[in-house]
Structures are given as structure tokens and as C-alpha cells.
Design a protein around this ligand. Structure first.
Ligand SMILES: N[C@@H](CCC(=O)N[C@@H](CS)C(=O)NCC(=O)O)C(=O)O
Length: 202
């Protein structure tokens, strides 16, 4: 049984979905309900995964830990497929996630309304350019992982939901929209969303 610290709707949602996809059990804890979360992760961030007393930090590292531990088609054991899967996870975590994080930073730190909207617009254009990269990768395949959703597809789907919280116009191509819709409909994704809602309401 894993323990996963999360924040509702945050990148930790992708971790939970992947744990379900791997057929593992997980106990989820909202970081807001922890009195001294910085003792668990000094950076104050989710996801945090605890496995048998061992604490793992950083979304991509946690993802690779899980995928290395439990065999699955989401991370092929060898070869080009494995390299591509790792690259896709890193693209999601280290390129797309920070691009979306700018929106949160702008909302919290820029007071002047004109400067704020112009920063939102610039950040949204950068995000749209990254979705164009995803769109190109999805030519001829349904998911970044090929014909099945991969960890990166799940991570990108979680991030794609964040744009709705800001006054931004982010465009995505048809291949991308199809991929995101398919991931959203996965039973593991819906199960993870419900678990977060249940836990936060308790
Ligand atoms: N590099 C970190 C970034 C994680 C991150 O930005 N997490 C956000 C949520 S998506 C967070 O915990 N923000 C602080 C907060 O919500 O209080 C990782 O990949 O784990």
C-alpha cells in the first residue's frame, strides 16, 4: 500500500492515476490537512509518495520509481520505446508543467491588471506552442505512448485542466483534444478524481 500526498487537481492526480493503472493500492492524504507538510517535503510540494517508510519526491522521479517497480507497457523494459517513454515523461514534467506553473505565479504575484493580462497572454502563447509539439507527436498515433495511454499522456491531461482557472486562451489541435478526452474517460482517471473529491469533502 502506497501513501500519496496530494493537492486537489494538482500534478499529484497523475501519480494517483498511474498507481491505479499499475493495479496498486494507495492511501491519499491532502497536504492541506497536514500540520507540518514541510517536514515531509521541505520544498512544500506534491506529489510525495511513501513506500514502506521510504519517501520519494519530485513528480518525474516518483513516476519512474513506480514504473520501474511494477512492470507495465507504460515503460518498456528496453530499447527506443523506453527512451521515448522517459523523454515524454520529462517533457510533461519539466517543460509543460512549468509552462502552466507560470499562470499560477502570475495570478499570485502580479497586481497591476494590465501587466497581469499581458503576462497571462504571453504565458498562454508559450503553452499553445507546446501543445503544437504534442499535436505533431500525435500524428499517426492516439497517444504519446502509441496505441495505449502512457504516463506522459496522463500527466499532460492533468495539466490541461488548469487553463480553465485563468483568463487565457490556450489552443490545442484535434489529435491532442482526442487524446485528452480519451485519458479523461479512463476509469482510473475518474476513480482518482472521485477519491480526491471524497477525501477533500470528508
Ligand atoms: N518539480 C516538482 C514540482 C511540483 C509542483 O509544482 N507541485 C505543485 C502542484 S502541481 C505544488 O505542490 N505546489 C505547491 C502547492 O500547491 O502548495 C515536481 O515535479 O514534483
Amino acid at each position: 500500500m502506497y501513501t500519496l500526498y496530494y493537492f486537489p487537481g494538482a500534478c499529484s492526480l497523475a501519480t494517483q492515476v498511474v498507481i491505479h493503472e499499475l493495479g496498486q493500492s494507495v492511501d491519499i492524504i491532502d497536504k492541506q490537512q497536514v500540520s507540518d507538510f514541510s517536514a515531509i517535503n521541505p520544498a512544500g510540494m506534491v506529489p510525495v509518495l511513501v513506500d514502506n517508510g521510504k519517501t520519494l519526491l519530485e513528480g518525474a522521479a516518483v513516476m519512474l520509481y513506480l514504473l520501474n517497480k511494477h512492470q507495465s507497457s507504460m515503460l518498456p523494459a528496453t530499447g527506443r520505446g523506453r527512451e521515448q517513454a522517459i523523454q515524454n515523461i520529462m517533457f510533461a514534467n519539466a517543460t509543460m508543467h512549468p509552462a502552466y506553473s507560470r499562470l499560477f505565479f502570475i495570478a499570485q504575484n502580479i497586481a497591476d491588471e494590465k501587466a497581469k493580462q499581458s503576462s497571462f497572454d504571453t504565458a498562454a502563447q508559450a503553452i499553445t506552442r507546446l501543445w503544437q509539439v504534442v499535436e505533431q507527436q500525435l500524428v499517426g498515433q492516439d497517444f504519446l505512448g502509441g496505441d495505449q495511454p502512457s504516463a506522459a499522456d496522463i500527466m499532460l491531461t492533468v495539466y490541461s485542466r488548469w487553463g480553465a482557472s485563468f483568463p487565457v486562451d490556450i489552443s490545442m489541435g484535434n489529435n491532442t483534444i482526442k487524446m485528452l478526452d480519451a485519458v479523461l474517460e479512463m476509469p482510473s482517471f475518474q476513480r482518482a478524481l472521485s477519491a480526491e473529491q471524497r477525501q477533500s469533502a470528508a
